[in-house]
Design a protein around this ligand. Structure first.
Ligand SMILES: Cc1ncc(COP(=O)(O)O)c(C=O)c1O
Length: 391
């Protein structure tokens, strides 16, 4: 009887899906992220993945991953502190540090895990974390686990942030936590100014650059390069599963702190290390960025603009963005699902966001056109979008 009561708590409300006749989530993908992908056996245009640079199926990246499997097998079956600390792992740590221009890096199985593990190591009840109101779930969950005081500031609002910092005295340490590119909106944090505010109020900045690394900056090194933040003394995290086209998460910063995390961050110490294929694949992506970033970025920007123009022509309300993200303001949960369904039926895979990922009634349908798509595919996508808009 008791077990029945327990399991009955977990039934899903399927009303939304039943009313709309469509569930946009957990669609089965039957191929890699090629120019066209197969979804439930159908060929579609991928405007959903975070494969910004289009390198997830690049032959050089696949080759590097396959060679690593040949040499090391598929796993080291150990945490980094034990047998997981492969030479590839150490090399990638060093390359990532110099890529973002920081002293030291650790690599975790995901950025969700990195953000989850970081805050309970660096903050406690005597500290305050001031965090952007739209910060990612991984940051919020990590911050909550630290047991510190938490104050949200209005999205990208420097005045509001400064007001909070002025009133925040008496804490052991104040942290300011934000993202570079906010993934549901495509908005970009005024991070240089945030760092300056942190300097003025003795606060420590923490930035999640998951959607900026490999995308922002003149050579793809992310938010610090893009905004000319020199000598960054804060903490930097990023996902290796978006523009870097593999998987995993990094935390970078001053050597003393990162060395401490190597022994005291449980999410790193007690979790099996990234596999050789992923380590080698990420290294191969960094090499490609070094030599080809300019060309790839130009394609990415051109595609984003083409999609943006088709949305505007189709009459959609789009959040203005200088990141390669087009986010349509879809409204209610129902309207968001309906728009994702229309796109799906016409052959476009999108990412719909409803609450709690975004505020209630501020549903978004996000479109990201990776640089691997062909111009013909982009032209096809823009015709579909304009057609849906006209109808
Ligand atoms: C801003 C942000 N931070 C962290 C993550 C988590 O990254 P990962 O997929 O590597 O766990 C994501 C991915 O959704 C993200 O968008």
């Amino acid at each position: 009887m008791k077990l029945k009561a327990f399991y009955s708590r977990f039934s899903l409300d399927e009303g939304l899906v039943e009313r709309g006749g469509f569930n946009p989530y957990y669609q089965r993908i039957d191929s890699g992220l090629e120019n066209k992908i197969r979804v439930n056996g159908q060929e579609m245009i991928d405007l959903a993945s975070n494969n910004y640079l289009g390198l997830a199926t690049d032959h050089r990246v696949k080759q590097a991953a396959m060679e690593a499997v040949q040499k090391y097998g598929v796993s080291l079956c150990g945490t980094p502190i034990a047998t997981g600390y492969l030479d590839l792992y150490q090399r990638l740590q060093n390359k990532l540090s110099s890529f973002v221009g920081l002293q030291e890096t650790i690599i975790l199985p995901s950025c969700y895990q990195a953000n989850n593990g970081l805050f309970s190591c660096i903050a406690g009840p005597q500290d305050l974390i001031v965090v952007d109101r739209l910060a990612h779930s991984s940051l919020i969950q990590g911050i909550k686990s630290a047991g510190c005081k938490i104050r949200p500031f209005l999205h990208n609002n420097l005045e509001h942030l400064e007001g909070i910092l002025q009133r925040s005295t008496g804490y052991r340490q104040v942290f300011v936590v934000t993202e570079s590119v906010f993934s549901t909106e495509g908005s970009i944090a005024p991070f240089k100014e945030i760092v300056q505010l942190c300097d003025s109020y003795n606060a420590l900045p923490v930035i999640d650059d998951s959607h900026g690394i490999g995308v922002l900056g003149k050579s793809g090194r992310g938010i610090l390069e893009e905004q000319g933040v020199e000598g960054f003394l804060g903490i930097y995290t990023a996902s290796l599963g978006k523009a870097l086209a593999n998987g995993g998460g990094m935390i970078s910063g001053k050597k003393g702190l990162i060395d401490y995390l190597k022994y005291y961050c449980p999410h790193l110490v007690y979790s099996t290390a990234l596999t050789p294929a992923v380590l080698a694949g990420t290294e191969a992506v960094l090499n490609i960025i070094h030599s080809e970033f300019g060309v790839i970025k130009r394609r990415l920007v051109t595609y984003q603009q083409a999609i943006y123009e088709s949305l505007v022509e189709g009459g959609f309300a789009v959040v203005p963005s200088s990141a390669p993200i087009n986010s349509i303001q879809a409204g209610s949960k129902e309207a968001t699902f309906i728009l994702a369904k229309k796109l799906y039926e016409q052959g476009i895979l999108s990412t719909p966001f409803i609450e709690p990922s975004v505020p209630v009634k501020e549903g978004r349908v996000r479109l990201i056109a990776g640089a691997n798509l062909t111009q013909d595919t982009i032209a096809e996508a823009t015709e579909i979008i304009k057609g849906i808009g006209r109808r």
